[in-house]
Design a binder for this molecule. Structure first.
Ligand code: MF3
Ligand code: CO
Length: 259
C-alpha cells in the first residue's frame, strides 16, 4: 500500500508541475493517468461505479466551489483559482488514495487560510488514528478545529473510508462526530482520512454531471487526503505530500498553503 500511495503522490506532483494560467484540468487528468500507467498502476477512480454513471476519468479535479469528484474539463485555469486534485492508484492488489489543494496565483488570504486550516485539520485527524481510539475521535478532532475554532463548514455528505484491496472499505471515516463514538480503530487498519471543508456553509449539491459536488453558497472549498495505517501510539502515513510540496514550491504559479 505504501508503494501504491507513493505513486499517487508522484502522480499528483506531475499535475502540480503543470498548473499554470491557461492549463486545463483535462490536461492534468491526462498527466496523472499517463504517470500511473507508465508506472504499472491502474487509476483507481476510472470506471468506479456511481449513482447513475461510472466515474469516467482517472483523477477528480475540483476547482473553487467544487468540493470533490470534480470532472476534468477543458476550461482554462486562471489566477486566483484553487484546484483540488484527488487521485487513486491500484497496483499489486492494493489501492492508494490521496488529495491536495493548490492555489494558482493569489486566491486571497481568506481562501489561503481555508487551505491551511483544512490541511492542518487532516493532521489533527491523523493524530487520533491510533489503535484503541474510535472513528469518532478522528471525526471530532477535524470538526472541532474547522467548525468551532475556524467557523468553516465541514461537509457531511461525503466521508473518508477504509482502504486496501478495495478503494472503499469499512469503516466510514466522517469528518464530523462525537469523541468515543463509532468503530474501534485496530492496529494495521488502513484508512483514508479526507477533510472536505467549506469557507462558508457546509451544504453541498451535485452538479448536473452527476458527480461534481459543489458548495450551495458558491464559496470555495478545500480537500486534503492521506491514506494512513493505524498503529499503536502514532499512525503511519502511507501516502506522501513530499513530492507534491516540492512541486508546489518549485512552480512559480503556485502559492503554497504554508502549513
Ligand atoms: N478520494 C475520493 C474517495 O475516496 C475519490 C473517489 S472518486 C471515485 O472517495 F470516482 F472513485 F468515486
Ligand atoms: Co478517498
Amino acid at each position: 500500500m505504501r508503494h501504491s500511495n507513493l505513486l499517487v503522490g508522484q502522480a499528483i506532483a506531475e499535475a502540480a508541475k503543470a498548473i499554470k494560467p491557461g492549463a486545463t484540468t483535462m490536461q492534468l487528468n491526462a498527466l496523472i493517468e499517463t504517470f500511473i500507467r507508465d508506472n504499472g498502476g491502474v487509476p483507481s477512480f476510472l470506471n468506479y461505479p456511481g449513482h447513475d454513471s461510472a466515474y469516467p476519468f482517472s483523477a477528480c479535479i475540483s476547482v473553487n466551489d467544487a468540493v470533490v469528484h470534480g470532472f476534468p474539463v477543458n476550461t482554462p485555469l486562471k489566477e486566483g483559482d484553487i484546484i483540488s486534485v484527488d487521485a487513486g492508484v491500484f497496483k499489486n492488489g492494493f489501492h492508494g488514495d490521496s488529495a491536495y489543494t493548490f492555489a494558482l496565483g493569489d486566491p486571497g488570504k481568506d481562501v489561503l487560510e481555508l487551505m491551511r486550516v483544512t490541511k492542518a485539520s487532516l493532521y489533527k485527524g491523523i493524530a487520533k488514528a491510533v489503535a484503541g481510539n474510535r472513528v469518532g475521535d478522528i471525526a471530532w478532532a477535524v470538526q472541532e478545529y474547522c467548525e468551532k475554532d475556524h467557523k468553516y463548514g465541514v461537509v457531511r455528505e461525503l466521508v473518508g473510508h477504509g482502504i486496501g484491496r478495495e478503494l472503499h472499505e469499512d469503516p466510514q471515516v466522517p469528518n464530523f462526530g462525537k469523541r468515543g463514538n463509532g468503530a474501534k480503530l485496530n492496529a494495521f487498519m488502513t484508512i483514508a482520512i479526507e477533510p472536505m471543508v467549506n469557507m462558508g456553509k457546509k451544504e453541498v449539491f451535485y452538479d448536473s454531471d452527476g458527480w461534481t459536488v459543489r458548495t450551495k453558497d458558491g464559496k470555495a472549498s478545500a480537500h486534503y487526503e492521506h491514506t494512513v495505517c493505524v498503529m499503536p501510539v502514532k499512525a503511519d502515513i502511507l501516502s506522501s505530500f513530499d513530492n507534491i510540496e516540492a512541486a508546489e514550491k518549485a512552480n512559480p504559479h503556485l502559492i503554497d498553503s504554508y502549513y
